[in-house]
Design a protein around this ligand. Structure first.
Ligand code: ATR
Length: 271
């Protein structure tokens, strides 16, 4: 019997750390599987997935720009995927159907917890109102924070997303100009870091002993984490979130939960 095949679809995808992470998980857990990176054509994600399945593929991760395409092609969506409107994990079922889930939100919460960040009762601020943020709101709310506020460059998007996430008003949204008060945890879910940019943030935004979490990661601290350090906060980058979401996908495919701590250390060394 040949090894079970998995992959990550993206475009571009050559930079992806997922093949490395899943190879480490497979080795650690003694799983007979392969995991490769596949660049799917932007206009035909469905074709790439079905060709992979026809060639024996068992499951896949999905990254930019295909998370919504994967959502649309799924035969069966998990409840959290339906809420997020996007998926990062596909599973070929025994019945031939495509099952889809999103593990990004649980990945973020697990990484925050692994770093000892208390979410219950915390004042949480999220920067950005795109797909990356939509996927993490429910798991954060489930931790019963004191408040969860979304700030975005386009304020109307933050307001709309907050209303969708919590019609009963547990999430609020607005622009950067109206930001007021201090937060215990600030999560950067904008793509601004990619371009080395920082949203305009008041100096008093991070509470004493506050935590700044950037969903992005790089070998050097991102501009957002530099801002946090300059304001006395503790900074955490998104490498752990990447590894935790991968572990949850691995569990969906293999029903085995890898130990993420050694993998995090290895990946950090390799950055
Ligand atoms: P993703 O799926 O990664 O979330 P997206 O849906 O394109 O990508 O969302 C990108 C987010 O980063 C948005 O919240 C965007 O703000 P707008 O909604 O106002 O466009 C935010 N963003 C991108 N570049 C930014 C910048 N230079 N400053 C502030 N916010 C930025």
């Amino acid at each position: 019997m040949s090894d079970d095949r998995y992959c990550v679809f993206g475009n571009p995808v050559a930079h992806s750390r997922s093949p490395r992470i899943h190879a480490l998980f497979a080795e650690q857990c003694g799983q007979a599987m392969t995991y490769e990176a596949i660049e799917a054509p932007r206009e035909d994600f469905a074709g790439a997935w079905h060709a992979f399945v026809a060639a024996g593929g068992c499951g896949a991760n999905v990254t930019v720009p295909f998370k919504e395409d994967a959502f649309r092609l799924a035969d069966v969506l998990s409840q959290r995927a339906r809420r997020a409107g996007a998926v990062n994990t596909l599973v070929r079922g025994r019945d031939g159907r495509t099952y889809a889930d999103t593990t990004d939100g649980v990945g973020l919460v697990r990484d925050l917890e692994a770093h000892g960040v208390a979410l219950e009762g915390a004042r949480i601020l999220i920067l950005g109102a795109g797909g990356a943020v939509r996927g993490v709101l429910d798991p954060l709310l489930a931790k019963a924070p004191r408040c969860l506020h979304i700030a975005n460059r386009t304020a109307s998007k933050a307001v709309r997303l907050a209303e969708e996430a919590s019609p009963e008003g547990r999430v609020t949204g607005g622009g950067y100009a109206e930001l007021d008060g201090a937060f215990d945890v600030i999560i950067n879910g904008t793509s601004a870091s990619l371009g080395g940019e920082l949203p305009p943030l008041p100096d008093t935004l991070l509470a004493a002993d506050g935590v700044a979490y950037d969903m992005m990661y790089a070998a050097e601290p991102t501009v957002f984490l530099q801002w946090a350090a300059a304001h006395g906060g503790r900074g955490i980058d998104g490498l752990g979130m990447l590894i935790e979401q991968a572990a949850e996908s691995f569990f969906l495919w293999r029903q085995v939960r890898p130990d993420t701590a050694p993998v995090r250390e290895t990946l950090r060394r390799e950055l």
